[in-house]
Design a binder for this molecule. Structure first.
Ligand SMILES: [Zn+2]
Ligand SMILES: [Zn+2]
Length: 62
């Protein structure tokens, strides 16, 4: 699957898993209210969206 790098938290994620350009599903949901990924972590990454749990200072403070 194609990977993309989130411009907010810096984590890589599956391009197909997010509806936003250059935002992972986690940041897209926090910042814009898009549907949240029900993350399933395995070996430090979500197996559904590939997010690694990173948060930017901004999204962590929300
Ligand atoms: Zn992100
Ligand atoms: Zn996920």
């Amino acid at each position: 699957m194609e990977l993309e790098k989130c411009s907010e938290c810096g984590s890589e994620y599956y391009k197909a898993s997010s509806k936003m350009m250059s935002l992972c599903p986690e940041c897209a949901s926090i910042l814009y209210g898009y549907e949240k990924c029900e993350h399933v972590f395995k070996d430090g990454r979500c197996i559904k969206c590939y997010w690694d749990g990173s948060k930017s200072r901004y999204t962590e403070s929300l």
